[in-house]
Design a protein around this ligand. Structure first.
Ligand SMILES: O=C(O)CCC(=O)C(=O)O
Length: 288
């Protein structure tokens, strides 16, 4: 295989670049279904020409992260990240693109194909509640007088309701009976006593609603979230000393739960890009 690095082309693709130490994200439509190919050396690679730039699926050899070229990349956004390399039919991933058109699942691998570990203090659990419990929670939330989330003069698209304490620490309506079993389970998940959970923040995301990058404000400590009705991308990031970002992402599936504690809570920010389908969440917060 003879591969020649090329100069940047008009779409910003560049040739063989020194691989970044870590590839935090690879976007994939069904990364389990593709196939892996072996390539003898990472140094042997050539630039992605956009005419043959396709989207991926599969991944990994023990030494290289490899993408199986599948679909034309017409719908990628303007921001290429990393370094992308295509050798004939296949691409060795140094560059990857965010694809908007296809349902994207993400594989997080480092250069050697190992999964990037989640931020310290972050836990995710599928099927944290049952479908019956999910229906129950959604019905409860839908019966509440939800109001758009206010941030100073800014009014967000998502609608919210709080029990215990409001976001800024103001005491509001106490926890109703129906939420207590969920509070208990959330507390157990976070290794806390239920009484330490002082707030339940209920959110409705209509399609197109995001939540921007933020760290939850004090006095709250651990955050335990339950996702309802539809999936969303749940993103985490932390700025590095060199100005770059460590990133981590999960697909928060309906009925799943997550915990943010320790560094995941205090050092990492999180956000949810605009959701494509109606989603609800219940977020519990502890106080020290
Ligand atoms: O909806 C979610 O799961 C996230 C909520 C969140 O980040 C927040 O309320 O600060």
């Amino acid at each position: 295989m003879v591969c020649t690095p090329r100069a940047p082309d008009r779409t910003g693709c560049v040739g063989a670049e020194s691989p970044t130490r870590r590839l935090p994200f690879l976007y994939s439509s069904d990364y389990g279904a593709g196939f892996s190919i072996a390539c003898s050396a990472a140094a042997v690679c050539c630039c992605a020409s956009c005419a043959v730039a396709y989207v991926l699926t599969a991944i990994v050899t023990p030494k290289l992260t490899v993408i199986n070229v599948r679909k034309p990349m017409r719908n990628r956004t303007k921001e290429p990240t990393g370094a992308g390399v295509i050798c004939g039919k296949y691409s060795i991933v140094h560059r990857y693109y965010r694809i908007s058109r296809y349902r994207i699942r993400m594989a997080q691998l480092d250069l050697f194909g190992s999964p990037v570990p989640p931020p310290k203090g972050f836990q995710y659990q599928r099927d944290f509640i049952t479908p019956e419990e999910e229906h129950f929670l959604i019905a409860q939330i839908q019966s509440l007088p939800l109001a758009p989330y206010q941030y100073g003069e800014y009014e967000a698209k998502r609608r919210v309701y709080d029990y215990g304490f409001a976001r800024e620490g103001r005491e509001v309506e106490p926890f109703p009976e129906w939420i207590l079993p969920f509070r208990e389970r959330a507390a157990h998940f976070a290794g806390e006593a239920p009484e330490r959970i002082a707030q339940a923040h209920l959110i409705e995301y209509s399609p197109g609603s995001p939540i921007g990058w933020h760290r939850d404000s004090p006095p709250y400590e651990k955050v335990i979230g339950i996702s309802l009705l539809s999936s969303c991308r749940f993103l985490l990031r932390r700025e590095r000393r060199d100005g770059g970002w460590d990133r981590y992402e999960i697909e928060a599936e309906p009925r799943s739960g997550y915990v943010m504690a320790g560094p995941a809570r205090s050092q990492w920010e999180h956000s949810i890009p605009p959701v494509s389908e109606l989603r609800y969440s219940v977020t519990f917060r502890t106080i020290p």
